[in-house]
Design a protein around this ligand. Structure first.
Ligand code: ATP
Ligand code: MG
Length: 435
C-alpha cells in the first residue's frame, strides 16, 4: 500500500529501481579527504556554503574505494547549471540537451552535473522499440540521480567536508565484496543502453570485480543490441577499453561473454587474425604495461598495430603482382584504410599517424649510408621504432634488425659509422663532405 502510494507520488514506473540511503562513515569507507583534488574540493565547498548539496560522484569515489588513483573528479549537485555558473568564478556551461558546467582551476577541469531525474517518470515515449533510452535530460533528486546510474559502485556520493559516503544501492558493500552489480533489473538496464554491457566488462577487468551472476546472465542473449548503438559511441567505448590498462583482460572477457562476432568489428579484427595474433597480443600487453607505468599511449599507434597484418598481406600481394615495394606499400595502406573505415569507423584523424608508422617500417631494413641517420631524425622515429620492436618480438622480422637499431641509438657517432654496412660507407662520407 505505502509502496504503491510512494510510487504514485513519484510517478515512477515499477522498473525504476528504488534505493535506500545508507550514510557510510569514514571508519567504513576509508577515503581520506586529502585524496580529493583541490579543485573538486573547492567546488564542493563553494556549493555547500551557498546552501546546495554537492558531492564527489561516480568513477572517482569508486576508484578511491578500490584503492586506485582517480583520473578525474566529477561533482553532482542540486544547484542548476546557471546557479553553479554564478557561484564558481572560472566556469562555463557546456552542452545543450543536458547542460553541465566545467569548473576550471589551474590545470584541472571538474565537471559539475545537476542531479538527473529518471527519464521514465512520465508518460512520454522515451525508449525506442528496443527499449533504448532516447530522452535522458530532466533534473531530479539525488535519489533519482543514483537510480539512473549503471552499477552500484558507480552510484556513490562522497562528501569531503563531512567525510562520509552516501550509498543508495549497497555500492560500498559491493566494492568490499569485489562484485560489480547493475542497479535495478539488469536486462532492462542493458536494453536502455546496450553500451552498459561493454562497461560491465571494462570495469570488472579494470577493477578486479567479479560480475554479479544476475548482472552477467542477460549479456549473452542481449549482445545483439549493440548493433543499434551509433558507431561513434561504440568506437569511443572500445577505445576506453583498449586504453584501460587492462586491454588484454578486457578482450578475453569480451570473447568469453560472446560480445564480439559482428558486433564489434574492431574486436573481430583483434580476435580473428591468425597470422597477426601474436603481434596483437604483444601490442595489447605492451599498451597495458605503458598504462601501468604512466607512459602515454597513442590510439593511432594501437590502431596501426591492429591493422598491420592486413596491410602486410595486401602489400605482399601487390609486390607479387609486380609492383615496386614502396608504391605497393602506399597502395596497400590506402586499400586497408578504405575498407576498414566502412567496417570499423576508426576516425580519419588517426590516418596520418598510422600511415607514417607503417611507411617507415621498410626503412629499418636499410642500414647503410646516410639512411639510418635520416630515419633517426624523423619526428615519428620513436613510434616507428617501438612498432618495429613489436614486429621483431612476434617473429615477423629478424631479431638482429631490432638489436641493431637499439644499439645504433645508444652508441656515439663514431661507433654508428662503424655499424653501417661496409660497402656503403664511402658514399655517406662523400655526401657529408659535399654539404
Ligand atoms: P571512468 O571515467 O574511469 O571510465 P566512470 O565511472 O567515471 O569511469 P564515466 O563514463 O566517466 O565513467 O561516467 C561517470 C558516471 O556516470 C559513472 O560512474 C556512472 O555513474 C554514470 N554513467 C556513465 N555512463 C553511464 C551509462 N551508460 N549508464 C548509466 N550511468 C552511467
Ligand atoms: Mg569518469
Amino acid at each position: 500500500m505505502i509502496r504503491n502510494f510512494i510510487k504514485k507520488v513519484l510517478r515512477r514506473s515499477p522498473d525504476v529501481p528504488v534505493g535506500k540511503l545508507r550514510v557510510v562513515p569514514a571508519s567504513q569507507h576509508g577515503i581520506h579527504p586529502d585524496a580529493i583534488s583541490p579543485c573538486a574540493l573547492r567546488v564542493t565547498k563553494t556549493l555547500q556554503e551557498a546552501g546546495f548539496k554537492a558531492y564527489i560522484v561516480g568513477g572517482a569515489v569508486r576508484d578511491l574505494l578500490v584503492g586506485n588513483e582517480p583520473k578525474d573528479f566529477d561533482v553532482a549537485t542540486d544547484a542548476t547549471p546557471d546557479q553553479v555558473r554564478r557561484l564558481i568564478r572560472r566556469s562555463r556551461v557546456i552542452g545543450r540537451r543536458f547542460q553541465i558546467v566545467h569548473a576550471m582551476c589551474h590545470d584541472e577541469v571538474v565537471e559539475v552535473t545537476t542531479f538527473r531525474g529518471s527519464a521514465r517518470e512520465d508518460d512520454r515515449q522515451q525508449t525506442d522499440e528496443h527499449g533504448r533510452l532516447t530522452r535522458d535530460n530532466v533534473f531530479g533528486s539525488i535519489e533519482e540521480d543514483a537510480a539512473r546510474r549503471d552499477f552500484t559502485v558507480n552510484a556513490l556520493y562522497y562528501d569531503p567536508i563531512r567525510n562520509e559516503v552516501l550509498d543508495y544501492f549497497h555500492g560500498v558493500a559491493d566494492v568490499h565484496a569485489k562484485r560489480l552489480t547493475m542497479i535495478g533489473d539488469p536486462a532492462t538496464r542493458y536494453r536502455e543502453d546496450p553500451v552498459r554491457m561493454l562497461r560491465a566488462v571494462r570495469f570488472s577487468a579494470k577493477l578486479g570485480l567479479k560480475l554479479d551472476p544476475a548482472t552477467q546472465a542477460p549479456i549473452r542473449e542481449l549482445a545483439d543490441l549493440l548493433l543499434n548503438v551509433p558507431e561513434s559511441r561504440l568506437f569511443d567505448e572500445i577505445l576506453k577499453l583498449l586504453l584501460s590498462g587492462h586491454a588484454h583482460a578486457c578482450v578475453a572477457r569480451l570473447r568469453a561473454e560472446g560480445l564480439h562476432h559482428d558486433l564489434l568489428p574492431l574486436l573481430d579484427l583483434i580476435l580473428d587474425q591468425p597470422q597477426g595474433e601474436k603481434f596483437i597480443r604483444q601490442s595489447l600487453e605492451n599498451t597495458d604495461r605503458r598504462v601501468s607505468e604512466d607512459k602515454p599511449v597513442s590510439p593511432g599507434f594501437l590502431f596501426a598495430t591492429l591493422l598491420w597484418h592486413p596491410v602486410l598481406d595486401a602489400w605482399k600481394k601487390r609486390q607479387a603482382a609486380g609492383e615496386r615495394p614502396m608504391p605497393a606499400l602506399f597502395e596497400a595502406m590506402s586499400d586497408i584504410l578504405e575498407t576498414q573505415r566502412r567496417k570499423l569507423a576508426i576516425p580519419r584523424r588517426y590516418d596520418a599517424v598510422m600511415k607514417e608508422i607503417w611507411s617507415l617500417q621498410p626503412r629499418f631494413e636499410q642500414r647503410s649510408g646516410q639512411r639510418p641517420f635520416r630515419l633517426l631524425e624523423h619526428p615519428r622515429f620513436r613510434a616507428a621504432y617501438d612498432f618495429m620492436l613489436l614486429r621483431a618480438d612476434s617473429g615477423e622480422i629478424d631479431e638482429s634488425i631490432a638489436d641493431w637499431w637499439t644499439d645504433f641509438q645508444q652508441v656515439g657517432l663514431e661507433e654508428r659509422e662503424a655499424m653501417l654496412i661496409a660497402e656503403e660507407k664511402p658514399k655517406r662520407s662523400r655526401r657529408r663532405g659535399r654539404r
